[in-house]
Design a protein around this ligand. Structure first.
Ligand code: F6P
Length: 353
């Protein structure tokens, strides 16, 4: 059996651990041959495939990034390199020429959407969820998320000491795209006084009130804002040009300016903002993410052997199972109304917008 592995979309801590686990389980238990496809679906389009043996995946459980490389715009059905045309035949040719019997696609919702299209074309595909955003439908925890949350918590801790020294309001902007999971868990872990997520609009008035209250009783305030958060009735802050794929970022600065205006020219309260950006995606995975990625890798190898094709591995109520790729493609998992952590934050007196 020859198994091709690719990592698509943005990278995240834990990718190397999952590549290692899939490869080791399939080689050691089933004598399979593993082929690494370079830079996600781009490698299939360009025919960039290389063998992965035990030596190639040794000693990488703790390494960040992806040893295969990745790409977040190489959709063979709308290929940017060919003016948006369908070059999926080139990808199928690479699979055929390399003798790939099963394709394991590790990625987020974009990768699962492409994987599902290949499954419909008859390619035996197994999907493995990965993302720091934790927003893949039907999967309650992705590896990469815990590592990102740890960066946010650590950053809030560092900002807290300088906020306290200067009596300032510190705003931290997290990633997460259209979901608030990173800001919610990172904000709680870092003791934020306000957590703003895309699922709930925020009001500058309420935020200003909370900051003034906290500054009065503790001397400073910490605000954790997800990049997709927006004011009630307002728009998300985009860095991308209109019509281009949405690239978020800049809400922290927008919030700082809005708060300053809200507080008025006479206010002596100083506000600073920090954009964590790709620091949340880089570096070594936490122990939790290494274990989750290893578990996902072994379970994905089992799916390959059992022939559970056209499906994505998923974690539900703490257990690994699989769901049809068709149920994942094109969907997102956002923080639901009534989420337990939202109510926990509320009861702590955290401003949620
Ligand atoms: O989906 C992961 C993610 O890190 C998002 O949180 C963020 O909006 C996006 O990718 C950033 O993408 P890029 O690496 O293209 O800037």
């Amino acid at each position: 059996m020859r198994v091709g592995i690719l990592t698509g979309g943005g990278d995240c801590p834990g990718l190397n651990a999952v590549i290692r686990a899939i490869s080791l389980a399939l080689i050691e238990q089933h004598g399979a041959e593993i082929l690494g496809i370079e830079r996600g679906f781009l490698g299939l389009i360009e025919g960039r495939v290389r063998p992965l043996d035990v030596a190639a995946v040794r000693g990488i459980v703790n390494e960040g990034g992806s040893l295969l490389g990745t790409h977040n715009r190489a959709d063979p059905f709308h290929y940017f390199g060919s003016g948006g045309s369908d070059v999926s035949a080139r990808a199928l040719e690479t699979l055929g020429r390399s003798g790939v019997d099963v394709l394991v696609a590790i990625g987020g919702d974009g990768t699962m959407t492409i994987a599902e299209r290949f499954a419909r074309l008859g390619v035996p595909v197994v999907g493995v969820p990965k993302t720091i955003d934790n927003d893949i439908a039907h999967n309650e925890r992705s590896f990469g998320f815990d590592s990102a949350v740890a960066v946010v918590a650590e950053s809030l801790g560092r900002l807290e000491t300088t906020a306290r020294s200067h009596g300032r309001v510190m705003i931290v902007e997290t990633m997460g795209r259209f979901a608030g999971w990173i800001a919610l868990e990172g904000g709680l872990a870092g003791g934020a006084d306000a957590i703003l997520i895309p699922e709930r609009g925020y009001r500058l008035e309420a935020l200003a009130e909370q900051c003034l209250k906290r500054c009065a009783n503790q001397g400073y305030a910490l605000v954790c804002v997800a990049e997709g958060a927006r004011e009630v009735g307002g728009e998300m802050v985009l860095q991308s040009a209109p019509g281009a794929p949405a690239r978020l970022g800049g809400v922290g600065q927008r919030l700082m300016e809005g708060l300053q205006t809200q507080l008025g020219a006479g206010s002596s309260l100083e506000i600073r903002h920090t954009l964590l950006g790709h620091l949340q995606r880089g570096g070594s995975p936490t122990a939790f993410d290494r274990v989750l990625a290893t578990r996902f890798g072994v379970q994905a190898a089992r799916m390959v052997v059992e022939g559970a094709f056209g499906r994505m591995l998923a974690l539900q109520q703490g257990r690994c199972l699989s769901v049809p790729l068709a149920d994942v493609a094109g969907h997102n998992r956002q923080v639901p109304e009534g989420d337990e952590l939202v109510s926990v934050a509320h009861d702590l007196g955290v401003c949620l917008g």
